[in-house]
Structure formats: structure tokens, C-alpha cells
Design a protein around this ligand. Structure first.
Ligand code: FAD
Ligand code: NAD
Length: 465
């Protein structure tokens, strides 16, 4: 039996980052992954392929719909789906290869196969090279998540698909119905709408991306509708009727039946923690009421020496959150002062415009009865945004009315995902809205809208009334 200081199960952004940090800290580490490649959901079928498709489809929209406004003639613009998919696959291959190279350089032993605990200190890994037993002083469960299936509409990879299929369609579906107006539904819905699909988003709640403030969601919904996406909120899906090769999604709103014809139905109603076949009972690892691995404030499970991180535990299912969990656990195992500020996990939807948030939004702060001042600045008054056709959207900063400390921010606009980082940093250091407003921002940049929103908290924005 091979013995290690640490065995990490799952090589997603949580697991591989944990393994690398532990190796940096001098541990002998094995990283077990059942996929042939490292990088987990994020690199193989999630964050990265979806962003590659979003980027390619953005270029298509520019060439097809906007280039002429800049005096650029393109002739007829068409999309070659096979070529677009090849580029996306090449991006994934490059990145997963990079992770393998890093594992090698850090002397992390990669074991390919499916792991299951045989006791609290031993693991069996079944892989292409047969079965292997591993023992370790510490284990980290980083097995991630899987798409939630609707019980009356199981995934079949053809009519009813998950994101795994929707990042790899071989042609543009004439009509794509997306169940779920969250990050996956809106990102992949945008990709296929740009490529020519008639996309309808069917959302159960009264608004899409429900965690965002109402004014952000109103602006966002309008922008997506302008791009041709249909948005049906407050709509409950009830079933699917097959009509030859086509399907009809059945739903109801306010008790009235609705029908949405579709070539494909993408179900994107969330993801569930993945713990199947892991033998957690043999290791004494308890689950919580939502089948997530139960952990304490240091990500320790109920079994001594077994830790859990990323999508398989409570908290936002985001790659950067999984990475921070991984670093902290490696440091705690090494006896160091690991730390994750789970209150400051930024979230982004990478559509056009992007939406990004951190901390408390205005609506949530008010619902909690907090006394806040809100500064808002529109990109329509930002020089760089006007120069680059990015005037849709705004920055909102929410600050404590008494102390001026920033409690959160929401941004809708081009590059919102990059812009939010600055606010996260200010918040990490306990910054106030005045700190943000007095920090020099280069001109002309979109980031000046962040500064102005900071100033707007005290009604001192320079370029707005
Ligand atoms: P995962 O990445 O799911 O990795 C878990 C790994 O464990 C997998 O590789 C799996 O094969 C392996 N595994 C499971 N069981 C076993 C076993 N028994 N033995 C061996 N190996 C096992 N997040 C963002 O922050 N930004 C984004 O832009 C973003 N876009 C996304 C787009 C899509 C389409 C999807 C589906 C997700 C996206 N996410 C995004 C979410 C992100 O992918 C996850 O939050 C992240 O991958 C979680 O990391 P993890 O390490 O916890 O798990
Ligand atoms: P999500 O939780 O972001 O959104 C799911 C949406 O589906 C919600 O709006 C919910 O109200 C709706 N919904 C749930 N049940 C429904 C039903 N029966 N009918 C209609 N609507 C229903 O989940 P997702 O979009 O599937 O993404 C899964 C996970 O992956 C999330 O945790 C997300 O954060 C992560 N992810 C992140 C990114 C990103 O960071 N850009 C991108 C993709 C995925």
C-alpha cells in the first residue's frame, strides 16, 4: 500500500490547488482523479469551455452586427460550429495539460481512477491500471458536483440535456429552451442565441439571477431581451411532450398552461454535491440535510483527518471559492494559519453585459433592516464606455450609513467581472466608500465608474448630477 501525508480525491480547482499548496508546504501528496485529465468540472466542462464559447460568439456578434458601425466591412458573416468547438477544445486541452505539468513539477503523484474509502485511513482506487490501495495521514474530499436532474425530465443527452452537452452541440438548435435563469442558463443561452438559436429562458422565480438587486435584474433582463432571448419568469415546468424529433416543454404560470416548443431543452436548475460511491460511510464521514459533506469552520468532516472542500460542501459552488478552501485546508493540515473569508466571495455571470456582485446588495441590506447609503454610477457617463460601445449598465456600492464601510457592490456592464475585484480588495481591508472614491483610477478606464460609485455614496460623484 502506498502511504502519503495527504491524499486528495478529485482534481478540480479545489482538489488540485489543495494538492499543490500541500506539496509546496513539504507534504508527500497523491491526487486521485477519475477523469483522464485534471482540472475537474471547471476546466473540462464548466468555467473554461463556457468562457471560450462566450468569447467566440461575442466575436461573431461584433463581426455580424456591429463591425459596420465602425466602418469595417466584413461581407456575409457565418459561424462554423465545428471550428468553434475545436478552438474551445484546444483551450481546454492547453489548460488541463498545464495543470498536469504543474503536478509533475511539484512532485504530486497523480493516480487515475475512481476512489472509495475502505476505512477511515485507507482508500481503494479503481482505474485503467487496475486497483490500488492508498493510505494517508490526511484525506481531502474534493469530488465536486453534478447537474440537478428534474425527476420527470431525465437527461438523455439528446432532447433533455445538461451543460455537459450544451457546451458541445454539433449544430445550432433552431429552438433551445433553457430551464433555469441562473449562471449556466444565461451564459449558455447567450452562446446559442448569438449563434442563431431562438432561446427561451424558463425561470421558476419572479426574476432571473435572483440574488441580484431588482434594478440590476431589470437592466440585465432588458439587455438579454434586446439580444433576442425570451425570458419567462414565474413559470413552473410541469413536463415534456415528445413530438417526433421535437419536444414541447410544458409549464404553467398563474395556473395557466404554457407550451414551449424546443429542439433541445437545457436543464440548468443548479448542481448537487457529488458523493456517490465514495464509501463515506466506511470512513465515518457524515452528510448534512442537503447531502453535502458536513464540515466545521475549518472544513473538517466528522471523521478525524478527513477534510472536505469546494462544491461538495455548503457555500457558493464557484471555482475560486473551491480554490481558497483548498489552500486553507493544506495550510491547516500543515499547522499554519489558513484563512478563507466566505463573506467576500465574488460572483459573476459572464454574459454581455456581465453582472458581478460581492457582499450585500442594496435589496438584501435593506431587507436586513440595515441603514445604508448607496452610490450608483452609470456607464453612460464614462468616457471609456462611450468610446467602446459599453454604455449599458452601472456600478452600485452599498456602504454602512454610520461608518461608510463598504458592505457590498453590484456591477452590470462590460468587464464587470474584472471591475468587482477592486471592491473585494477594498472590502478585505475594511475600506470605506470614501477610500474607494479617493483612490486614483487611470483615465480613461471603465474602473472610473467604480470610483465614481464610491463618491456617489456621499453624493460627491463628479461626472453625475
Ligand atoms: P469539481 O471541479 O467538480 O472537481 C471534482 C473532481 O472530482 C471531478 O474532476 C471528478 O471527476 C472528480 N471525482 C469525483 N468523484 C471522484 C472519485 N470517487 N474518485 C476520483 N475522482 C472523483 N465557477 C466559477 O467560479 N466561474 C465560472 O465561470 C463557472 N462556470 C461554470 C460553467 C459551467 C457550465 C459549470 C457546470 C460550472 C461552472 N462553474 C463556474 C462552477 C465550477 O465549475 C465549480 O464550482 C468548480 O469546478 C468546483 O470545484 P471542485 O474542485 O469543488 O469540484
Ligand atoms: P443556479 O443556482 O445559478 O441557477 C439555477 C436557476 O434555476 C435559479 O434561478 C433557480 O431559481 C432556477 N430553477 C430551479 N428550479 C427550477 C425549475 N424547476 N424550473 C425553473 N427554474 C428553476 O444554477 P446553475 O445555473 O445550474 O449553475 C450551477 C452552479 O454552477 C451554480 O452554483 C453556479 O454558481 C455555478 N456556475 C457559475 C458560473 C459563473 O460563476 N459564471 C457559471 C456557471 C455555473
Amino acid at each position: 500500500m502506498d502511504a502519503y501525508d495527504l491524499v486528495v480525491i478529485g482534481a478540480g480547482p479545489g482538489g488540485y490547488v489543495c494538492a499543490f499548496r500541500a506539496a509546496q508546504l513539504g507534504m508527500r501528496v497523491a491526487l486521485v482523479e477519475k477523469r483522464a485529465t485534471l482540472g475537474g468540472t471547471c476546466l473540462n466542462v464548466g468555467c473554461i469551455p463556457s468562457k471560450a464559447l462566450l468569447y467566440s460568439s461575442e466575436q461573431l456578434v461584433f463581426a455580424r452586427d456591429h463591425a459596420k458601425d465602425h466602418g469595417i466591412s466584413t461581407g456575409t458573416v457565418t459561424a462554423d460550429v465545428a471550428a468553434l468547438m475545436r478552438r474551445k477544445d484546444a483551450v481546454v486541452t492547453k489548460l488541463v495539460g498545464g495543470v498536469s505539468a504543474l503536478a509533475k513539477a511539484r512532485k504530486v503523484t497523480v493516480v487515475t481512477g475512481t476512489a472509495a474509502f475502505t476505512s477511515p485511513t485507507t482508500l481503494a482506487v479503481k482505474g485503467p491500471a487496475g486497483e490500488k490501495a492508498l493510505s494517508a495521514k490526511n484525506f481531502v474530499v474534493a469530488t465536486g458536483s453534478a447537474p440537478v436532474e428534474l425527476p420527470f425530465m431525465k437527461f438523455d443527452g439528446r432532447r433533455v440535456v445538461s451543460s455537459d452537452d450544451a457546451i458541445a452541440f454539433d449544430s445550432v438548435p433552431a429552438a433551445l429552451v433553457v430551464v433555469g435563469g441562473g449562471a449556466i442558463g444565461l451564459e449558455l443561452g447567450s452562446v446559442w442565441a448569438r449563434l442563431g438559436s431562438a432561446v427561451t429562458i424558463v425561470e421558476f422565480l419572479p426574476k432571473i439571477v435572483a440574488a441580484y438587486d431588482d434594478d440590476v435584474v431589470r437592466t440585465f433582463s432588458r439587455a438579454l431581451q434586446k439580444q433576442g432571448l425570451k425570458i419567462e419568469t414565474g413559470t413552473k415546468v410541469t413536463g415534456l411532450r415528445e413530438e417526433g424529433t421535437k419536444s414541447v416543454l410544458l409549464a404553467e404560470r398563474d395556473g395557466k398552461p404554457l407550451e414551449f416548443p424546443a429542439d433541445k431543452v437545457l436543464v440548468a436548475v443548479g448542481r448537487r454535491p457529488f458523493t456517490e460511491g465514495l464509501g463515506l460511510d466506511k470512513a465515518g464521514v457524515a452528510l448534512d440535510d442537503k447531502c453535502r459533506v458536513k464540515v466545521d469552520e475549518k472544513l473538517r468532516t466528522s471523521a478525524p483527518g478527513i477534510w472536505a472542500i469546494g462544491d461538495v460542501v455548503a457555500g457558493p459552488m464557484l471555482a475560486h471559492k473551491a480554490e481558497e478552501d483548498g489552500v486553507a485546508v493544506a495550510e491547516w493540515i500543515a499547522g499554519k494559519a489558513g484563512h478563507v473569508n466566505w463573506d467576500l466571495v465574488p460572483a459573476i455571470v459572464y454574459t454581455e453585459p456581465e453582472v458581478a456582485s460581492v457582499g450585500l446588495g442594496e435589496d438584501a441590506a435593506k431587507a436586513r433592516g440595515l441603514s445604508v447609503n448607496v452610490g450608483r454610477f452609470n456607464f453612460a457617463a464614462n468616457g471609456r464606455a462611450i468610446s467602446g460601445d459599453a454604455t449599458d449598465g452601472f456600478v452600485k456600492v452599498v456602504a454602512d450609513a454610520r461608518t461608510d464601510r463598504i458592505l457590498g457592490a453590484q456591477i452590470i456592464g462590460r468587464g464587470a467581472g474584472e471591475l468587482i475585484s477592486e471592491i473585494v480588495t477594498h472590502m478585505e481591508y475594511g475600506g470605506s466608500a470614501e477610500d474607494l472614491g479617493r483612490t486614483i483610477h487611470a483615465h480613461p478606464t471603465l474602473s472610473e465608474a467604480v470610483k465614481e460609485a464610491g463618491l456617489a455614496v456621499s453624493k460627491s460623484a463628479i461626472h453625475a448630477i
